[in-house]
Design a protein around this ligand. Structure first.
Ligand code: ZN
Ligand code: ZN
Length: 219
Protein backbone atom coordinates (compact mmCIF):
# COMPACT_ATOMS: atom_id res chain seq x y z
CA UNK A 1 0.00 0.00 0.00
CA UNK A 2 1.41 3.39 -1.01
CA UNK A 3 1.43 5.99 1.79
CA UNK A 4 3.54 8.81 0.34
CA UNK A 5 2.20 10.48 -2.79
CA UNK A 6 3.01 13.26 -5.24
CA UNK A 7 2.09 16.77 -4.07
CA UNK A 8 -0.63 18.75 -5.88
CA UNK A 9 2.01 21.27 -6.90
CA UNK A 10 4.15 18.64 -8.64
CA UNK A 11 1.18 16.88 -10.21
CA UNK A 12 -0.10 20.18 -11.65
CA UNK A 13 3.34 21.02 -13.03
CA UNK A 14 3.53 17.54 -14.56
CA UNK A 15 0.10 17.99 -16.14
CA UNK A 16 1.17 21.38 -17.53
CA UNK A 17 4.39 19.85 -18.91
CA UNK A 18 6.63 22.30 -17.03
CA UNK A 19 8.85 19.86 -15.08
CA UNK A 20 12.41 18.90 -16.01
CA UNK A 21 12.62 15.50 -17.71
CA UNK A 22 14.16 13.83 -14.62
CA UNK A 23 11.20 14.86 -12.42
CA UNK A 24 8.74 13.86 -15.16
CA UNK A 25 10.25 10.40 -15.07
CA UNK A 26 9.77 10.08 -11.28
CA UNK A 27 6.17 11.33 -11.47
CA UNK A 28 5.34 9.03 -14.44
CA UNK A 29 6.87 6.05 -12.61
CA UNK A 30 4.92 6.77 -9.41
CA UNK A 31 1.70 7.18 -11.40
CA UNK A 32 2.28 3.83 -13.08
CA UNK A 33 2.20 2.27 -9.58
CA UNK A 34 -0.45 4.49 -7.94
CA UNK A 35 -4.14 4.51 -8.89
CA UNK A 36 -4.82 7.42 -6.52
CA UNK A 37 -2.36 9.84 -8.16
CA UNK A 38 -3.39 8.65 -11.64
CA UNK A 39 -6.97 9.69 -10.80
CA UNK A 40 -5.82 13.06 -9.38
CA UNK A 41 -3.74 13.65 -12.52
CA UNK A 42 -6.78 13.00 -14.73
CA UNK A 43 -8.54 15.79 -12.79
CA UNK A 44 -5.68 18.25 -13.40
CA UNK A 45 -5.50 17.25 -17.08
CA UNK A 46 -9.22 18.01 -17.44
CA UNK A 47 -8.87 21.42 -15.77
CA UNK A 48 -5.81 22.21 -17.91
CA UNK A 49 -7.67 21.16 -21.04
CA UNK A 50 -10.64 23.41 -20.13
CA UNK A 51 -8.31 26.40 -19.62
CA UNK A 52 -6.73 25.73 -23.02
CA UNK A 53 -10.15 25.47 -24.70
CA UNK A 54 -11.12 28.92 -23.42
CA UNK A 55 -8.06 30.40 -25.13
CA UNK A 56 -8.56 28.78 -28.50
CA UNK A 57 -10.99 30.67 -30.73
CA UNK A 58 -13.30 28.38 -32.73
CA UNK A 59 -12.33 30.18 -35.96
CA UNK A 60 -8.74 28.92 -35.69
CA UNK A 61 -9.86 25.30 -36.03
CA UNK A 62 -9.02 23.72 -39.35
CA UNK A 63 -11.67 21.61 -41.12
CA UNK A 64 -9.84 18.39 -40.28
CA UNK A 65 -9.42 19.25 -36.58
CA UNK A 66 -12.24 16.94 -35.57
CA UNK A 67 -10.71 14.01 -37.43
CA UNK A 68 -7.32 14.76 -35.91
CA UNK A 69 -8.81 14.88 -32.42
CA UNK A 70 -10.66 11.62 -32.94
CA UNK A 71 -7.41 10.04 -34.15
CA UNK A 72 -5.70 11.20 -30.99
CA UNK A 73 -8.45 9.73 -28.84
CA UNK A 74 -8.14 6.44 -30.70
CA UNK A 75 -4.37 6.45 -30.09
CA UNK A 76 -5.06 6.46 -26.37
CA UNK A 77 -4.68 8.88 -23.48
CA UNK A 78 -0.85 9.11 -23.61
CA UNK A 79 -0.75 10.95 -26.93
CA UNK A 80 -3.92 12.95 -26.30
CA UNK A 81 -2.71 14.25 -22.94
CA UNK A 82 0.59 15.48 -24.36
CA UNK A 83 2.87 13.78 -21.85
CA UNK A 84 3.90 10.22 -21.54
CA UNK A 85 1.76 7.78 -19.63
CA UNK A 86 3.38 4.39 -19.17
CA UNK A 87 2.76 1.83 -21.85
CA UNK A 88 1.94 -1.53 -20.43
CA UNK A 89 5.16 -3.34 -21.38
CA UNK A 90 6.33 -4.46 -17.93
CA UNK A 91 4.89 -7.31 -15.94
CA UNK A 92 3.05 -5.87 -12.93
CA UNK A 93 5.52 -7.28 -10.42
CA UNK A 94 8.67 -6.13 -12.27
CA UNK A 95 11.02 -3.97 -10.15
CA UNK A 96 11.30 -1.40 -12.96
CA UNK A 97 7.89 -0.07 -14.10
CA UNK A 98 7.32 0.68 -17.78
CA UNK A 99 8.40 4.38 -17.84
CA UNK A 100 11.76 3.40 -16.35
CA UNK A 101 12.26 0.40 -18.60
CA UNK A 102 12.28 2.78 -21.54
CA UNK A 103 15.25 4.67 -20.05
CA UNK A 104 17.15 1.56 -19.02
CA UNK A 105 16.41 -0.33 -22.23
CA UNK A 106 14.90 -3.25 -20.35
CA UNK A 107 14.74 -4.59 -16.81
CA UNK A 108 17.06 -4.56 -13.80
CA UNK A 109 19.59 -6.83 -15.54
CA UNK A 110 20.16 -4.10 -18.17
CA UNK A 111 21.14 -1.43 -15.58
CA UNK A 112 24.76 -0.22 -15.87
CA UNK A 113 25.61 0.04 -12.16
CA UNK A 114 28.63 1.93 -10.88
CA UNK A 115 29.98 1.72 -7.31
CA UNK A 116 29.95 5.01 -5.45
CA UNK A 117 31.31 3.76 -2.12
CA UNK A 118 29.97 2.06 0.99
CA UNK A 119 28.43 -0.70 -1.14
CA UNK A 120 26.02 1.81 -2.73
CA UNK A 121 25.70 1.64 -6.52
CA UNK A 122 24.13 4.09 -8.91
CA UNK A 123 23.21 4.36 -12.57
CA UNK A 124 22.62 7.83 -14.02
CA UNK A 125 19.77 7.88 -16.53
CA UNK A 126 19.90 9.88 -19.77
CA UNK A 127 17.72 12.94 -19.16
CA UNK A 128 18.06 16.64 -19.96
CA UNK A 129 20.65 18.31 -17.72
CA UNK A 130 18.35 20.78 -15.90
CA UNK A 131 17.85 17.94 -13.39
CA UNK A 132 19.42 14.51 -13.02
CA UNK A 133 17.83 11.11 -12.48
CA UNK A 134 19.56 8.04 -11.13
CA UNK A 135 18.81 4.55 -9.93
CA UNK A 136 20.33 3.79 -6.53
CA UNK A 137 21.02 0.33 -5.15
CA UNK A 138 21.52 0.44 -1.38
CA UNK A 139 22.42 -2.84 0.36
CA UNK A 140 20.07 -3.89 3.20
CA UNK A 141 20.99 -2.14 6.44
CA UNK A 142 23.26 0.44 4.73
CA UNK A 143 22.96 4.20 5.23
CA UNK A 144 23.32 6.85 2.54
CA UNK A 145 25.59 9.62 3.93
CA UNK A 146 23.78 12.30 5.90
CA UNK A 147 22.95 15.21 3.56
CA UNK A 148 20.95 18.36 2.95
CA UNK A 149 19.52 19.70 -0.32
CA UNK A 150 20.14 22.81 -2.41
CA UNK A 151 17.09 22.19 -4.56
CA UNK A 152 14.35 19.60 -4.87
CA UNK A 153 15.00 15.88 -4.43
CA UNK A 154 12.39 13.26 -5.32
CA UNK A 155 13.06 9.69 -4.23
CA UNK A 156 10.78 6.85 -5.33
CA UNK A 157 11.23 3.38 -3.83
CA UNK A 158 11.11 0.51 -6.33
CA UNK A 159 12.26 -2.39 -4.15
CA UNK A 160 12.81 -2.90 -0.42
CA UNK A 161 12.33 0.09 1.88
CA UNK A 162 14.26 2.90 3.56
CA UNK A 163 13.75 4.79 6.77
CA UNK A 164 14.91 8.32 7.59
CA UNK A 165 14.21 10.98 10.23
CA UNK A 166 10.74 11.59 8.77
CA UNK A 167 9.20 8.16 8.07
CA UNK A 168 9.42 4.78 6.35
CA UNK A 169 9.24 4.54 2.55
CA UNK A 170 8.45 1.29 0.70
CA UNK A 171 7.71 0.36 -2.94
CA UNK A 172 5.75 3.11 -4.66
CA UNK A 173 6.31 5.65 -1.86
CA UNK A 174 7.83 8.98 -2.89
CA UNK A 175 9.81 11.27 -0.60
CA UNK A 176 9.91 14.96 -1.50
CA UNK A 177 12.89 16.74 0.10
CA UNK A 178 13.90 20.38 -0.25
CA UNK A 179 16.30 22.99 1.21
CA UNK A 180 14.64 22.80 4.63
CA UNK A 181 15.35 19.13 5.05
CA UNK A 182 18.42 17.17 6.10
CA UNK A 183 18.29 13.38 6.36
CA UNK A 184 20.14 10.09 6.55
CA UNK A 185 18.20 7.46 4.60
CA UNK A 186 18.94 3.88 5.75
CA UNK A 187 17.91 0.80 3.75
CA UNK A 188 15.90 -1.56 5.94
CA UNK A 189 17.40 -4.87 6.94
CA UNK A 190 16.14 -7.88 5.01
CA UNK A 191 16.13 -6.55 1.44
CA UNK A 192 18.33 -4.28 -0.66
CA UNK A 193 16.66 -0.98 -1.44
CA UNK A 194 16.40 0.13 -5.06
CA UNK A 195 15.23 3.71 -5.62
CA UNK A 196 14.80 6.20 -8.42
CA UNK A 197 16.07 9.62 -7.30
CA UNK A 198 15.94 12.95 -9.14
CA UNK A 199 17.55 16.24 -8.09
CA UNK A 200 17.84 19.66 -9.68
CA UNK A 201 20.87 20.76 -7.60
CA UNK A 202 23.84 19.03 -5.96
CA UNK A 203 23.27 17.60 -2.47
CA UNK A 204 25.01 19.06 0.61
CA UNK A 205 27.03 16.37 2.37
CA UNK A 206 28.30 16.96 5.90
CA UNK A 207 31.19 14.50 5.81
CA UNK A 208 34.34 15.26 3.84
CA UNK A 209 34.64 11.98 1.90
CA UNK A 210 31.28 12.12 0.16
CA UNK A 211 31.93 15.83 -0.55
CA UNK A 212 35.19 14.95 -2.30
CA UNK A 213 33.51 12.21 -4.33
CA UNK A 214 30.55 14.38 -5.40
CA UNK A 215 31.92 15.83 -8.65
CA UNK A 216 32.85 12.37 -9.90
CA UNK A 217 29.43 10.89 -9.26
CA UNK A 218 27.36 13.97 -10.19
CA UNK A 219 25.36 13.67 -6.96
ZN1 ZN B 1 0.28 8.35 -5.39
ZN1 ZN C 1 18.07 13.53 0.28
Amino acid sequence: MIRHHISDKLLMAYSAGSLPEAFNLVVATHISLCDECRARLAGFDTVGGAVLDQHVAPATMSPDALTATLDKIRQGPAQAAGHSTPRNTAPRDAVLPAPLREYVGGGLDQVQWRNIGGGVRQAILPTSRDASARLLHIPAGTAVPDHGHRGLELTLVLHGAFVDETDRFARGDIEIADQDMEHTPVAEAGADCICLAATDAPLKFRALLPRLAQPFFRI
